[in-house]
Design a protein around this ligand. Sequence first.
Ligand code: G6P
Length: 611
Amino acid sequence: MCGIVGAVAERNVQGILLEGLKRLEYRGYDSAGMAVLDLQGHLQRGRALGKVAALEERLTREPLPGRCGIAHTRWATHGRPSEQNAHPHQSGERLAVVHNGIIENHEALRRELEAEGYVFTSETDTEVIAHLLERESRQAGDLLAAVRRVLDRLDGAYALGVIHAEEPDVVIGARKGSPLIVGVGIDEAFVASDPLALLQVTDRFIYLQEGDAVRLSAGGRIEVFDATGLPVEREIQVFEHGDGAASKGDYRHFMLKEIHEQPMVIAAALEGRLGERSALVESFGPEAEALFRQASQVHIVACGTSYHAGMVARYWLERYAGIPVQVEVASEYRYRQVVVPEGTLFVTLSQSGETADTLAALRFARERGYLASLAICNVPGSSLVRESDLTLMTQAGPEIGVASTKAFTTQLTALMLLTLALGRVKGLDERVQADLVTALRGLPGLVARVLELDPEIEALSMAFAEKHHALFLGRGALFPIALEGALKLKEISYIHAEAYPAGELKHGPLALVDSEMPVISVAPNDELLDKLKSNLQEVRARGGELFVFADEGVGLEEADGIRVIHLPHVHEALAPILYTLPLQLLSYHVAVLKGTDVDQPRNLAKSVTVE
Ligand code: G6P
């Protein structure tokens, strides 16, 4: 993970780099640093332990003016969070490097460099890059050539930014396995881990491809070279979402803002993809219809919250498209001897499109004879999107809060579109299709109504602030929603939470239930309702305190030990989307009560680009 930003301009770049780091902080926030070449061409560096704000404070005392520089916000992999381990790393006083990713052969390289007399000052894998560069730049003709020679020695994943006093108006960037984009300015040029970091200076970007390197130089000159070292033209794309996403507006946290954006972004995810009575299969690309006809199985692979979306899709696809589905976390899938039946569609789900395990799973799958790969993703131009045969963008807009909210519900919306598209080519009853289309059209309005329950949910959250554990229950397609609810609570409030299919309660977790164990359940009006009600009785009988989010028509009323919040009635199939919202709000308010860092919870990062 980690976030990188670099700039070459005719003006002082300190402010640009700092703002870039603040916007990249979601990628890691245990230390930050910046290096610039000052107006005399001398390398100057500032680093600080902790968030970007700590670096900012330091820069107020000790500014780093310069027209060419690189900066970094870190999520520790090799070596604990400390100023010593913070990037940029140097070798001598003339060059500095920022790095995102992992250098797998760093130990061997470190031994080699130490034997040559290089002295290491950090525990990071990155420092080998700095010393290799020092060595190679004495022999190579220029900085780019030196970087190339270094890249040849590196195994693993990286995105790099490099500056050298020898070429005081040049930043070199390179990527393999980790994202890096180029920001195209007017007479100035930038690199960063994602476009958000640079929206304050440009909306035009080049998405570097695997193995690309780039030289930014004075006057906004940008030269891209492919993995073989040849100059290449890469298309400039205009970023469409505007800069609003980078600010919290009137909301206290990005997470709350993003929760409240859900009616709008779900509508955006549906826009142009629904016909009168069925989904438009072409939304998945011109070849989708032919491929979907051949699809007899689906394998879904993802991580974290995206994996939970995949679990919901299994219920939908089996029920409405009649297709067998397997869902697996990417870090397991990629190391299995997967057996791929003929006609299997491979689907990845990812907010960022850069999650290392998901990307590796896609690359692994490409060798396994799948029918085709489909990426359902939120970031246009991301690696996953570029490397998949078919894509469907979730249209959630940039998500900044580390805990995923709107990205999840738009993934579910996209997966319902996939269900309808596959259902359509597989002959799903036309009335069922039309009903689902009508229900989907009404979904943004229902989501907005659920958001109006916020004050009630906030009041409920008080019951959790002092708790150490919580149990989430759901059945059918609501079981993954229980898992997602538990994950949200864990991620941002640090309360230990587990989720079970409600029917599994009696096989173990019931032993945990007592008055100290709040049990949260989601109870839409579906065919499993009566069974769920019996499971809830099992909890009540053991003195457990129940919190139930229930359909207004299911006849579940408040009673001693049972708190009920009613949700508007929704088509059974869409309940997983609607019932996600109260669980997001509940976690949010519990975290606020506990005073945790809601948008940047400890030890986590939004985009996990390391294995
Ligand atoms: C990280 C994030 C999660 C996210 C997961 C997968 O762990 O903190 O919120 O669900 O990565 O990310 P992706 O971008 O692939 O959906």
